[in-house]
Ligand binder design. Structure first.
Ligand code: FAD
Length: 317
């Protein structure tokens, strides 16, 4: 079985759920190995072993953290040339997609982004990809070089499997050309206590229909352990921060459950959420376009529906 490299998504060694998803997919394709860039690999080792990583390649040159993504892509290209893996899996975040694209150029390989499924096919992999803002799904394979696949968060349910997760330091050289953009400052986002929007299994969003009061949306989200999202109308009105906007000019989410509250369902909003597994909408207008898309719809005032739904969920816990 060929080795499948998974780029670890972590914050100071704390491994994000998307990596467990990628390792789960990697096990279906071959022997999973993790690639850990930065410091904190010791802290991540147990979590990587828990999802079946056999080897953890540790790339810890200071340049990899001091600059934007170009050095990471360059270092990964050196590892790919050395290991000749069957595929490289990366989380389809904004940074992940940029690394994937740069890596594909450096390795002269094909790249597929926004994959929602990856299966083995012949000597390679076949992906199902979400394209045109989620309007179509396309099956695609890489026909040249090592397949570089960026997979959307929540595309697989993490399954545990024990792996050795043997740490293997890898020395890399970073060229001056890759050091074009240096990070001068970074601040962690204010903690909300809720899951990260793009990774959350459940997202509860609010739109103009909230009238600017997100308290009921937040209370319902908290009863479900969900992330909170917002439409652009809500963000543009200053009711919720831009980092929570879902849609074409916001974040793309693909949770197990998406609940849209007081959101009409404009095409630009759909672009960010229509690959969600189950979609529920609460809207007082029975003709709202969001109802064309939903699995379950509630016609009603969110100010009445959400408190009842929150009570019901809380009661059943
Ligand atoms: P509205 O369209 O005004 O809908 C509000 C809904 O709330 C209505 O359906 C109404 O019936 C319902 N409602 C009102 N009161 C209640 C109540 N008490 N209870 C229940 N329901 C109620 N939009 C995004 O969301 N994300 C994007 O990334 C994005 N990018 C864009 C990019 C471009 C280039 C452009 C041109 C637009 C973009 N938009 C985006 C904007 C998009 O076109 C819509 O204007 C926006 O999504 C509308 O937000 P909304 O559904 O909250 O508001």
């Amino acid at each position: 079985m060929s080795e499948i490299l998974v780029l670890v998504d972590h914050v100071d060694g704390s491994v994000r759920k998307t990596t467990a998803e990628l390792l789960t997919i990697a096990r279906r394709l071959g022997t999973p190995s993790a690639v850990f860039i930065g410091s904190g690999a010791d802290a991540a080792q147990a979590a990587l072993a828990q999802y079946g990583a056999e080897t953890v390649y540790v790339l810890d040159a200071p340049e990899l953290s001091e600059f934007l993504v170009a050095p990471k892509a360059e270092a990964l290209a050196q590892l790919v040339a050395d290991k000749q893996p069957g595929a490289v899996l990366i989380s389809s975040s904004a940074e992940g997609k940029e690394i994937a694209g740069r890596l594909a150029i450096k390795t002269e390989s094909g790249v597929i982004t926004d994959a929602v499924d990856v299966v083995a096919e012949g000597d390679g992999v076949k992906t199902t990809q979400s394209v045109f803002a989620g309007g179509f799904t396309v099956d695609a394979t890489v026909t040249h070089g090592t397949p570089i696949v960026a997979v959307k968060p929540n595309s697989a349910t993490p399954e545990e499997a024990s792996g050795a997760a043997t740490l293997e330091p890898v020395s890399v050289t970073v060229s001056d050309a890759a050091k074009g953009a240096k990070i001068t400052d970074s601040k962690p986002r204010e903690a909300t206590g809720r899951p990260e929007l793009t990774e959350a299994a459940i997202v509860v969003s609010g739109g103009r229909g909230t009238g600017g009061d997100f308290s009921q949306v937040e209370a319902f989200a908290d009863s479900l352990g969900a992330a909170v999202g917002a439409s652009r109308a809500a963000v543009d009105s200053g009711w919720y921060p831009h980092s929570f906007q879902v849609g074409q000019t916001g974040k793309t989410v693909s949770p197990q459950l998406y609940v849209a509250n007081g959101i009409s369902g404009a095409i630009q909003h759909r672009a960010g959420m229509q690959t969600s597994k189950t979609i529920v909408a609460v809207n007082k207008d029975p003709e709202a376009p969001i109802f064309e898309l939903v699995d379950f719809g509630v016609v009603g005032d969110l100010k009445e529906v959400l408190p009842q739904a929150t009570d019901e969920v809380t009661k059943r816990k």
